[in-house]
Write a protein that binds this ligand. Structure first.
Ligand SMILES: Nc1ncnc2c1ncn2[C@@H]1O[C@H](COP(=O)(O)OP(=O)(O)O)[C@@H](O)[C@H]1O
Ligand SMILES: N[C@@H](CCOP(=O)(O)O)C(=O)O
Length: 324
């Protein structure tokens, strides 16, 4: 057993981008940090408010995913120490589970000297998370267009246009992905399928060519957002009117409840858009937090500089140890 400590920084992700259900994802500059090392006994320490309620025993997701990597590599159930901090809120549609899974895979793989390629990690991440767009975005950064047939995932990474900025509006209630998937129908009408194929294809073409003006026509969905609207009061109005208030396009982020607007970074309507969205949620008596984010170009990275790690910074968003 080696005595090194691996530190990994993993971006959040927004899935679907409207019509690209389970297909189009984008990494965002909001991060989870994981430290992993071999140890005499298994220990976990969680830092910061966002990880409240996460188990610190062997049922922990990071622990279980890391053990899958060790098992696949023929390393039998080592004890590990895990330390983790996250700025990504849980169950809000910003891919916290995918970032955790990707972080565990990357950290465990690095700890045992990289037996698995990035593509093998992508296959493992997708088979655990089930959403290749979240998993791919957290692993590779940028925009990921992906598919998953239940056995194998394919993806293409698209470089986000440098003018893109993102307004994330995060309601103060949780919505588990499972609950938000349970409201979806088993079957859809042919015309709704055609609507989504055409809009999703147009969106990918717009993102690939940097045609930001097309986004407002392309970022429309008839497959999942209408069914989820009852879970997010105010969503329909916001999505219908965001473009009039300066957004390039708007969508439910992942399974929600976060709403996401794509915005030109030089737009002079940013404040107005933010105010509009906050007002709509206020009408519904829902408290929200707004974050201006950028697409994250880099995926999960092993960080060698110990001082760049938030555990070692005082005065950042680090709030202290929760439990050990
Ligand atoms: N850093 C983490 N460590 C352990 N488990 C995590 C972590 N982040 C997320 N999870 C698990 O994933 C769940 C949230 O997943 P999900 O409902 O898909 O929402 P999200 O949109 O945030 O991915 C959490 O309730 C928790 O069980
Ligand atoms: N395509 C999935 C995306 C789930 O993403 P999350 O960030 O909410 O976990 C869906 O829409 O159900």
């Amino acid at each position: 057993m080696n005595s090194k400590t691996i530190r990994v920084k993993i971006p959040a992700s927004t899935a679907n981008l409207g019509p690209g259900f389970d297909t189009i994802g984008m990494a965002l500059d909001l991060y989870t940090w994981i430290e992993m090392s071999f140890s005499d006994e298994t220990k976990m320490k969680l830092f910061g408010d966002n990880l409240k309620g996460i188990p610190t025993d062997k049922s922990n997701l990071i622990y279980k995913v890391a053990q899958k990597v060790f098992h696949k590599a023929g390393v039998e159930q080592p004890n590990i120490e895990i330390r983790m901090y996250s700025d990504i809120p849980l169950t809000r549609g910003l891919g916290s589970s995918a970032s955790a899974i990707v972080g565990a895979l990357v950290a465990a793989n690095a700890l045992i000297e990289y037996p698995f390629s990035d593509n093998e990690l992508f296959q493992m991440a997708t088979s655990i998370e089930n959403h290749p767009d979240n998993a791919g975005a957290s692993l590779f950064g940028g925009i990921i267009v992906a598919n998953w047939d239940g056995e194998r995932a394919e993806y293409i990474r698209v470089e986000p246009n440098s003018h893109l900025e993102v307004l994330a509006v995060i309601p103060d209630f949780e919505l588990a992905t499972e609950k938000s998937r349970n409201v979806l129908p088993d079957q859809v009408l042919f015309k709704d399928a055609v609507f989504n194929v055409s809009h999703s294809s147009l969106l990918v073409a717009a993102l690939c060519t940097g045609n930001l003006e097309l986004i407002k026509h392309a970022m429309k969905d008839g497959l999942h957002q209408p069914h989820r609207a009852s879970l997010i009061p105010g969503m329909n109005t916001i999505l219908a009117q965001a473009v009039q208030h300066g957004a390039l396009g708007a969508a439910l982020s992942g399974a929600g409840p976060t709403l996401l607007a794509l915005v030109h970074k030089n737009s002079n309507e940013k404040k107005g858009l933010e105010q509009f969205v906050m007002n709509q949620f206020k009408i519904e008596n829902i408290k929200v937090k707004t974050l201006w984010l950028k697409p994250c170009l880099k995926g999960a990275q092993v960080v060698s500089d110990e001082l760049s790690h938030p555990f070692h910074h005082q005065g950042t968003s680090f709030k202290g140890e929760l439990k050990s």
